[in-house]
Design a protein around this ligand. Sequence first.
Ligand code: ADP
Length: 275
Amino acid sequence: MSPSAAATKLIDQLLVRPGKPLSLSGHDPAATLGWDKEQAKTELVEVKARIDELQQRLYAEEKRSLLLVLQAMDAAGKDGTIRNILAGLNPAGIEVSSFRVPAGKEVLHDYLWRVHAEVPARGMIGIFNRSHYEDVLVVRVKQFVPKSVWSRRYDHICAFEQLLVDEGTTVVKCFLNVSKDRQRQRFQERIDNPHKRWKFRLGDLDDRKLWPQYQRAYHDALVRTSTDDAPWYVVPADRNWVRNLAVAKILLHHLEQMKPRLPPEEEGLDGLVIE
Ligand code: ADP
């Protein structure tokens, strides 16, 4: 299969089709997507080399930006994915933003205020580690605001993302789909390994107890906000190597679609010799 046919197939498999029903249980978190682990490692190096090349063009062009949103249950590997994507790329062209429980000035504004401020500038790739989607996920599940408030937010979010797209930001969203059993194993590893224990908080178990409620909230968020211009992808996240390659390939696919171009050269450079 040619690389572009393979990319189209992957996009097809993982895309949440706008306006169509979604069955999250139909997406296997342990899927290998037909890949082999050793080959996947080699391929990841190639995919990242291409991302690096296109990132440099995007940076030089300085007209558009790309926002990659990562959302997931705990221990699905948001941090690992980001570490993996960033390694080997030019840090000057990529910025990562993490969103925690809103505090200070953030709570004095609407929920999109802090998010808009972190949208990547022209020329940049921005990665969101959590995002405005927390405001229809944790906020909904934990009932921090009534339904009448969170249920309006899907429309706000679609309008906000459309604004970004219209103004030159490509928006790509990945739900890292981990299984409940894999989360259990990873939590246990964190508890058992003194070097990983800092990653675990007892509060993580509260969210784990609310697994079905979170699945429903994710389902609704994905269905209500996957659009042609700002699509969601469901990425299998039980195997790190599948997750990393899938996200890298989705990122590459969208960068390729952007076709960033180097700016025109100044006149008079041909044959110029520096003394
Ligand atoms: P992570 O779990 O991503 O490694 P943290 O341990 O700092 O990072 O957790 C961030 C916490 O902030 C998560 O529990 C998340 O649900 C919460 N959070 C993020 N955004 C919001 C929000 N808008 N409202 C309430 N809680 C939020």
